[in-house]
Design a protein around this ligand. Structure first.
Ligand SMILES: *Cc1c(COP(=O)(O)O)cnc(C)c1O
Length: 369
């Protein structure tokens, strides 16, 4: 039995009729950029993030970078970002011209550590980018409080967390703005690249929309230096078809997470991801456990036709592109540990019980050998 990390084909089979009809319609209209479908998607996405402004764009990295630019974050400014995340989170700070200041993460949640943020705030700090990593909501009460106290922008990187909630409220609606990616493998993915910003601030929304559209709000009136960053019509339609299914997919993933938990909780050598209590709802973009025997376990599972991933094998402060900072492992003890211990198990809505059982029994066998 083969168990992939994610099975986009299985999802496509389930919604094939609607997807094919939507794509055929766009092909017939041969209208590939803009149009009412893109605006309709932006409306539809509010059922996920709540009331506010949705600005669609070309990918999740762009959405964050344009947000920083729109907030005038630039040379001389510092932005605090987690040490353990996908590179986009710190990359956008550099492309905006500012300096990324890494904060360590908490071992349990793998999300940014509030204690370490406090140590990193200086007079130059302008913003904190918090990532709801793997779909686990970051510590939003503390983040909101800290950013208010220090007059900082809180930007939520929700690329892995469409559908996660914190105290019943969708993540992405707590900070100044939030960023979403619709890369195919995300909770809500299109069939190519896509992204969006969400904000409740109308002026900021307008500025970001302008930035992504060559600095214009009306054609040939270029008010500011912009760029081209748009979600194409096909992707917008694919996303609109998928949105009504998102909640059900996440519910399924929560069932799978609980099943993994039940099956694996007896193994002492693993740290399992926390199942959420009342106040937080996890969307399980990834199901990530930790073990000191990570590499051997991964190799063993591979032999059993079980695909696993490592998110991420090298924490950002230790990447060659940041070597100028001269960061040491002891500066980020948790991130340094996670890079050696994290393992992402197969996780997607369409996983069958037999597949889950195969993963659980293989892991159990590995630790009993
Ligand atoms: C995927 C991802 C992004 C950006 O996504 P793209 O759409 O590929 O640009 C940003 N941050 C995190 C944490 C991600 O996982």
């Amino acid at each position: 039995m083969i168990v992939p990390m994610i099975d986009l084909h299985a999802q496509y089979q389930d919604i094939k009729k609607e997807i094919d009809a939507a794509i055929t319609q766009i092909l017939e209209e041969t209208s590939f950029i803009g149009g009412p479908e893109v605006r309709q998607f932006e409306e539809d996405f509010k059922t996920v993030v709540g009331a506010g402004h949705v600005i669609s764009c070309a990918n999740g990295t762009d959405s964050m970078e344009m947000t920083l630019k729109a907030l005038n974050i630039s040379a001389g400014d510092e932005v605090i970002v987690p040490a353990h995340t996908w590179i986009s989170t710190s990359e956008v700070v550099v492309t905006a011209g500012a300096v990324p200041v890494f904060a360590d993460v908490a071992f349990d949640s793998c999300c940014i550590s509030i204690e370490d943020i406090k140590k990193k705030i200086t007079t130059k700090t302008k913003a904190i980018i918090a990532v709801h990593l793997y779909g686990h909501p970051a510590d939003l009460d503390a983040l909101v409080q800290l950013s208010e106290e220090h007059n900082l922008h809180l930007i939520e990187d929700c690329a892995q967390a469409h559908g996660s909630t914190y105290k019943g409220q969708p993540v992405g609606s707590f900070g100044t703005a939030s960023s979403f990616s619709f890369y195919p493998g995300k909770n809500l993915g299109c069939y190519g690249d896509g992204g969006a910003v969400f904000t409740k601030d109308e002026q900021l929304a307008l500025k970001i929309r302008q930035l992504g559209n060559h600095g214009q709000l009306t054609k040939h009136d270029h008010r500011i230096h912009g760029r081209n960053s748009r979600l194409d019509t096909l992707q917008a339609r694919v996303l609109s078809v998928k949105i009504p299914y998102l909640k059900g997919w996440i519910e399924k993933k929560n069932e799978h997470a609980a099943y993994y938990h039940e099956g694996l909780k007896g193994i002492k050598e693993i740290d399992l991801p926390t199942l959420m209590g009342e106040n937080r709802y996890h969307s399980w973009h990834l199901y990530v456990l930790k073990t000191k025997k990570r590499d051997a376990l991964k190799a063993y599972l591979q032999e059993q036709d079980i695909q696993c991933g490592i998110h991420y094998p090298k924490a950002l402060p230790f990447q060659p592109c940041y070597s100028d900072f001269d960061h040491k492992k002891t500066d980020f003890p948790v991130a340094a540990r996670l890079q050696d211990e994290v393992l992402s198990l197969p996780m997607y809505a369409e996983l069958e019980k037999e597949q889950l059982d195969h993963v659980i029994s293989s892991i159990t066998t590995f630790f009993e050998r």
